[in-house]
Structures are given as C-alpha cells and as structure tokens.
Design a binder for this molecule. Structure first.
Ligand code: HPA
Length: 236
C-alpha cells in the first residue's frame, strides 16, 4: 500500500492509462480490458488492472489538477514501479482550428503552476513528452483516422481563471489547448526517468464557445482516444 493507493505490490501493471475522472477509468476497464480487477477505491479514485490484446495494463483516475495527478503519478512510479504513463484527458481549445472531439497530443506543456518553479526558480524547465510514445501515438491516431494535433498545451492551476485573455494570447502563440495536469505528469516522469505522454480530447473551446460536449459525452464517447492510448501503451 502507498499513502493514497491500496493496491498490493504486483497488482498494478508497469504501463498505465490515466484519465482524470475515476468513472472514466471504470468505463475503460469495463469496455476495453479483459479480466479487469479493481485495485483501488481509496477516495473513490478507481484503478483497475486487466489485459488488452494479451498485454497486462492498468488504468486509474488521477483527479483534477496538478497536485492531484502529482500524488498519484509519484506513488504509481515510486511505490509500484510503473514505467509508462499515458494521460487520457480533456482540454479546452485555444485555437479556432481545433474543434471539440479532436485529439491533441501534448508534445510540451507550459504551466502557470509553481510545482516546477519551486525547484528551479531561475529556469524555465521544459515539460516535454517522451518522444517514442508521442511518435507511436501520432501514427496510431493517424492510422485510425482520428483528427490529431501535435504541439504544446497549457497546464493551468486555475479552471475559473481571471487570466482568460492571457490564455488566449498563448493560443495566438501556438499553444493548442488548456488543461490542468500534463506539465506535472511530465515533470514527475523527468524526475524519475520514466516515460509519459498526455493526450487530450477537446471537450470545449475557449475561442469557439458555441462548441461544447455534455458530461455524459465526456464519459462515454471519447473511445477513440482510449484506443489510441491503449494501442500506444502496448506497441513496442
Ligand atoms: N480549462 C482547463 N481545463 C480544461 C478545460 C478548460 O477549458 N477543458 C477541459 N479541461
């Protein structure tokens, strides 16, 4: 057991898919994994291990925001030996040409969080994806015919932000979407020498506010991304 995860040693695979919403973890386990067994229900942060096309994989919720994903990612890596972590989340588009339901692969993540700045006050330490995971995910998504964008995202500490205009300015500079976890996941992976990638389905748009998805759609219809994530995890 770790502080926030009740799994026994060996119950978590070394490859894991990380949705923010624990109910999405349950959805993935029930719809994509065979013989899925629940390994965590502490704080309702559901986690499961099963097999996908014969490969042992796990899936677990992270909660929302960088403090939450940092706790789970660290315990998965340090206490359970997880080596490959792929976030499958949602993000808000910062670009008028990126629409709801499309996929963004976070090649890099800017952040307004202090998580990294606390450790490197004089530097802008870059938060980048593992290139081999990014490369695999891109080709898998393209082959599946999923509309996919690759580039930087903003990992924000604040959802109801008073920095709306500044976020849009980042969009003008090429940042594709805003979410709340990727930078911390990438920093955790860098600290511990493991592989991480964050991919997000666009759930809403800050530049085309008429575009939206419902909570039910968010939970149930992001199946393309789940397949891209699982295929990326098992591809050598
Ligand atoms: N902002 C921050 N995080 C998000 C958003 C957003 O608009 N949409 C999905 N995750």
């Amino acid at each position: 057991m770790s502080i926030h995860i009740e799994a026994k040693q060996g119950e978590i695979a070394d490859k894991i898919l990380l949705p923010g919403d624990p109910l999405r973890a349950k959805f993935i386990a029930e719809n994509f994994l065979e013989d899925a067994v629940c390994f965590n229900n502490v704080r309702g942060m559901l986690g499961y291990t099963g097999t996908y096309k014969g490969h042992r994989v796990s899936v677990m919720g992270t909660g929302m925001g960088m403090p939450s994903i940092s706790i789970y990612a660290r315990e998965l890596i340090v206490d359970y030996g997880v080596k490959t972590l792929i976030r499958v989340g949602t993000a808000g588009s910062l670009n008028k040409d990126i629409h709801v339901r499309e996929l963004v692969l976070a090649q890099a993540a800017a952040t307004n969080s202090n998580i990294i700045r606390n450790d490197f006050p004089e530097y802008d330490f870059p938060q980048i994806a593992d290139f081999s995971l990014l490369d695999k995910a891109y080709h898998i998504a393209e082959n599946m015919g999923v509309t996919t964008h690759v580039g930087s995202v903003l990992s924000s500490d604040v959802f109801y932000s008073n920095m709306f205009e500044r976020n849009l300015k980042l969009g003008e500079l090429g940042v594709k979407a805003v979410e709340m976890e990727a930078a911390a996941l990438y920093y955790m992976a860098a600290q511990h020498g493991v592989q991480a990638l964050a991919m997000m389905t666009i759930s809403d748009s800050l530049v085309n506010p008429d575009e939206d998805t419902t909570a039910e759609e968010r939970q149930n219809t992001f199946t393309d991304m789940m397949k891209v994530g699982l295929e990326t995890l098992i591809t050598e």
